[in-house]
Design a protein around this ligand. Structure first.
Ligand SMILES: [Zn+2]
Ligand SMILES: [Zn+2]
Length: 502
């Protein structure tokens, strides 16, 4: 009796555990705040909206301007919107660049610590009990783009920990690792590990790290981490600021130095079975990358999130964007990303609206791309769907690329090729081949076979006809058999008679 009771209780407990285990988790990604403390609503848009001597006091908006970086009101509006939309995410991913696009002479290292610290404090105040995983951006060191890689440089990383509040958000173990080169590992759950990388060390604007084999020993560390994750059967999320590959808006514009790009992709390919997700910022645009192996099989996905700052790039041909935030859904058991929903603030409307804090849903990947996960195979299908530039999915992608700052833009053949090659070719040589229209592992011009949709009633018609055919064959077969038996002598007798006189 006691045994039966025990079995009953264990079954009940097991059932309770299964019910309580979540099958969907949520987390936010927010990136590229570029907080400019000198933004003024009566500032000069041609000078980063800073207050000039000859201002005529025209109000350019409290929530920002497309020519400028983010004022404090935009920063708090974004973080409040995250809270309002989903106040209890499992964690928050924050992928760097909190410092504005201003001259180095207008900044110093203490100002940099303070700006990053202000954003850190705001995130912690609004989300006091939520784990925040931050990484640095290329604008976060001082001078900008000069990410330290040696022992002397550890002063800077210690400065971020001590003066920008990162010791508190990172925790003891992660802070200890971060101190050596701005990167760390952490565990989201028992089976999901996160690597917060400092890919700014590979950025080709960084004069300090040019020509090194492994700046701050990060490649070596990354491989060790991935090896250990594989051994323990863990899945890995990589979060970083600068992505590898090329920019989709400027032809042949790389982010990493060539040797670092190659090495980074090699590591990703070697551990593709372990890496479940890769999240980046930096471009300020909304795009993604697919890594293929030598046989053309998709093995990795990089999701590039747009910025909070609306700042229009100084690069020719590159525009501005509306501020965006991204809410992910994932499977806490397998780590697989199911989808994300992106929210944005229409800046023009926000500056004139009576309710300027209203962030709207921009899109949901499961709706617009018709995929139920963001794994390589599914995203490869999305890319195949982009096939022709007139395609609806590609038109949506183009609108989202600037967070609807630019809608229904005309994308000619070279624009189309630039996007497709940046998305599908992370290796620099393959990218060149792709741009020049040569053979690559993914051919943008390949025609995809669209399955034909058959109305359901046709299945009944075809099924009935099939059944009728089977009945007819059986009946006719039976009739022939009985007829033959009645008319002919056994066949072997005939053959036998032929052979007798041979
Ligand atoms: Zn940025
Ligand atoms: Zn950046």
């Amino acid at each position: 009796m006691n045994g039966l009771l025990l079995i009953f209780c264990l079954t009940l407990a097991n059932f309770a555990v299964q019910v309580s285990a979540k099958d969907t988790g949520y987390f936010w990604q927010v990136t590229d705040f570029h907080y400019d403390a000198n933004y003024s609503s009566t500032g000069d848009p041609t000078h980063m909206c800073h207050q000039g001597n000859t201002s005529d006091n025209v109000n350019i908006g409290n929530y920002g301007n497309y020519l400028c970086d983010a004022p404090w009101q935009l920063i708090t509006s974004a973080i409040q919107a995250m809270y309002k939309i989903h106040p209890e995410p499992d964690f928050i991913v924050w992928t760097g660049d909190s410092v504005p696009h201003v001259d180095n002479k207008d900044l110093d290292v203490d100002k940099v610590y303070t700006l990053i610290g202000n954003v850190t404090d705001e995130l912690r105040t609004v989300f006091p009990n939520i784990t925040i995983y931050p990484v640095l951006g290329n604008h976060d060191p001082y001078p900008a783009n000069m990410m330290p890689y040696d022992v002397e440089g550890t002063k800077y990383y210690k400065g971020i920990l001590d003066n920008s509040g990162w010791t508190d958000i990172l925790g003891h173990n992660e802070s200890h690792q971060f101190h050596n080169g701005g990167y760390y590992s952490s565990h989201i759950s028992e089976k999901i590990k996160l690597l917060g990388l400092n890919t700014n060390l590979y950025y080709d604007q960084d004069k300090l790290t040019k020509d090194l084999a492994d700046p701050a020993d990060q490649f070596n560390w990354m491989e060790e981490q991935l090896k250990s994750a594989r051994r323990k059967d863990e899945k890995v999320y990589i979060i970083a600021h600068v992505p590898p590959g090329k920019f989709e808006l400027v032809e042949d514009m790389a982010w990493f130095y060539g040797s670092y790009n190659r090495k980074y992709l090699e590591i990703l390919e070697t551990y593709a079975d372990v890496i479940e997700a890769q999240l980046y910022g930096h471009e300020h645009t909304d795009s993604f990358r697919i890594q293929f192996d030598g046989q053309g099989k998709p093995i990795g996905i990089m999701l590039l999130s747009p910025a909070v700052t609306p700042w229009k790039s100084t690069l020719p041909g590159v525009g501005a964007n509306n501020p965006a935030i991204r809410l992910f859904q994932y499977d806490p058991q397998s780590g697989a990303l199911k989808k994300y929903v992106q929210y944005f603030l229409n800046l023009t409307k926000a500056n004139i609206d009576s309710d300027p804090t209203k962030w709207e849903k921009e899109y949901d990947t499961s709706d617009v791309y018709a995929v139920d996960n963001l794994r390589p195979a599914a995203m490869h299908e999305v890319l195949k769907g982009f096939n022709k530039k007139e395609n609806e999915a590609f038109k949506h992608y183009l609108d989202y690329n600037s967070v609807k700052w630019l809608v229904n833009q005309v994308c000619n053949e070279s624009c189309f090729t630039r996007h497709i090659c940046a998305i599908s070719q992370l290796d620099f040589d393959n990218y060149k081949t792709c741009i020049s229209g040569g053979h690559t592992t993914f051919k943008p011009t390949t025609t995809t076979v669209t399955p034909i949709t058959v109305p359901s009633y046709l299945y009944y018609v075809i099924g009935s006809m099939g059944l009728l055919l089977v009945v007819m064959v059986v009946v006719i077969g039976f009739m022939c058999f009985t007829k033959k038996r009645g008319l002919h002598a056994p066949r072997y007798a005939k053959f036998g008679s032929l052979n007798v006189n041979a």
